[in-house]
Design a protein around this ligand. Structure first.
Ligand SMILES: C[S@@+](CC[C@H](N)C(=O)[O-])C[C@H]1O[C@@H](n2cnc3c(N)ncnc32)[C@H](O)[C@@H]1O
Length: 395
């Protein structure tokens, strides 16, 4: 096991989940076209130094806050000309700190820690005890690292980070300085399940992202229509699509703009000061698809996490309830997306959805005037709907 020297608590605090070597190699393939004899390559969270290679660049730098990791990295790389720093990469960040010449091209490579300091999961053991420059500070360490690369004025960046940094608008806004100066030029989606140590929960999508410094920067719309490559896609066995592919869609990639989302139809989050009545119906907050996997849909009682649903839109809440039972059809890279929908198709298959929702939540029956259909017929309708909706992504 890698990062074996760290106890569980420190592994979580430092975000120490070392990278499988085949992913390291892919990162190097991605940066190869940008390497010059004058380039400085730096991994400022290098762990045992697996990302440090010599491929003709002038300077190679490895940095980590973890003393033992740096000792191992030095042993592992003693045949290479690597400059090592055992220091906090997020404090007093500048090129001078690492002795990087101002005129040098800089490529950042690696897998910085992603550690959401505020998330509930494993909350009790998280504490981060190093100083972070004020302009880099953020609730998520990985976002601080991306900001630090901007401070180093890196020309090219090839790092792993959660896909949610790019596709969740609130995270994307936290990256403002970064996205003003960098543009995504290539991106490969990898399941967190590939990291043996972090696969205990629902796998989430990680992106191996290649950014280039660019005065155009990138707006959220650019990400919305970006085509992300999918790692190992052709190795997976998938159902044959039952409709011809849309021209713009390729089997090899994933693009947010290929789909419509439930957020256009119903509220995901509770409204402030929502009134409740004796006959109110409640629905659990919908953060994203992975949260839907863990959470309930219709709930009996009101709480801070429940939406008081608009009964005029009950169809769409029933839709989400059915969608939850069909999540096994979706690959990992949809984990941080909102619930997908094709509204025209949904209208066509509505009896299947309502009948399925009522069979799981009999109290819903009185709210629908529609004639319900047999279980088998509903199942077959849902099967067709989801195959059409997910197309080549359907598992
Ligand atoms: C995901 S691991 C990556 C290690 C290595 N690059 C790899 O992929 O195999 C993240 C590393 O970041 C280091 N780290 C965490 N906080 C840091 C900080 N503030 N400054 C420098 N390194 C830090 C951890 O010690 C850990 O080795």
């Amino acid at each position: 096991m890698s990062q074996a020297h760290l106890a569980y608590k420190h592994r979580v605090n430092l975000g120490s989940y070392y990278t499988p070597l085949e992913i390291v190699d892919t990162a190097w393939e991605m940066i190869a076209p940008y390497l010059r004899s004058q380039t400085t390559v730096i991994d400022s969270a290098c762990g045992y130094g697996d990302f440090l290679k010599e491929c003709g660049q002038a300077i190679t730098i490895g940095c980590d806050i973890d003393e033992t990791a740096i000792d191992v990295a030095k042993k592992n790389n003693d045949n290479k000309k690597v400059r090592f720093f055992q220091t906090n990469a997020l404090g007093d960040v500048s090129r001078a700190k690492f002795g990087i010449p101002q005129q040098s091209d800089v490529i950042v490579v690696g897998n910085p820690p992603y550690n959401d300091k505020t998330s509930l999961i494993r909350h009790n053991i998280k504490d981060v005890d190093f100083d972070i420059d004020e302009d880099l500070a953020c609730r998520d360490l990985g976002i601080s690292f991306l900001r630090s690369y901007n401070k180093l004025e890196a020309d090219v960046i090839c790092v792993l980070h959660p896909l949610s940094y790019l596709i969740k608008p609130t995270n994307f806004r936290c990256l403002k300085e970064f996205t003003t100066n960098y543009r995504l030029i290539d991106a490969l989606l990898i399941s967190s399940g590939k990291f043996p140590e972090s696969a205990k929960h629902t796998p989430f999508p990680i992106v191996l992202a290649l950014y280039q410094r660019d005065t155009q920067g990138m707006a959220y719309n650019f990400i919305h229509s970006f085509r992300f490559r999918i790692a190992g896609k052709d190795n997976k066995k998938r159902a044959a699509p039952i409709k011809p592919q849309r021209d713009a869609r390729s089997i090899e990639d994933f693009c947010l703009a290929d789909f419509d989302y439930i957020t256009g139809y119903i509220d995901k989050y509770p409204k402030k000061n929502q009134p409740t009545y004796n006959d109110s119906l409640f629905f659990w907050t919908m953060r994203d698809i992975n949260a839907l996997k863990r959470n309930r849909t219709f709930v009996e009682n009101y709480s801070a996490n429940t939406i008081v649903l608009d009964k005029g839109k009950l169809d769409y809440y029933a839709y989400v309830d059915v969608f939850k039972r069909n999540l096994h059809r979706l690959p990992f890279y949809f984990g941080n997306c909102d619930v997908l929908i094709d509204d025209n198709l949904f209208r066509q298959y509505k009896p299947s959805f309502i009948s399925d929702a009522v069979s799981h939540h009999p109290f819903l029956k009185e709210h629908f005037q529609m004639k319900l259909i047999e279980k088998q017929q509903a199942a077959s309708g849902l099967d067709t709907y989801f195959k059409l909706l997910f197309g080549e992504h359907h598992l």
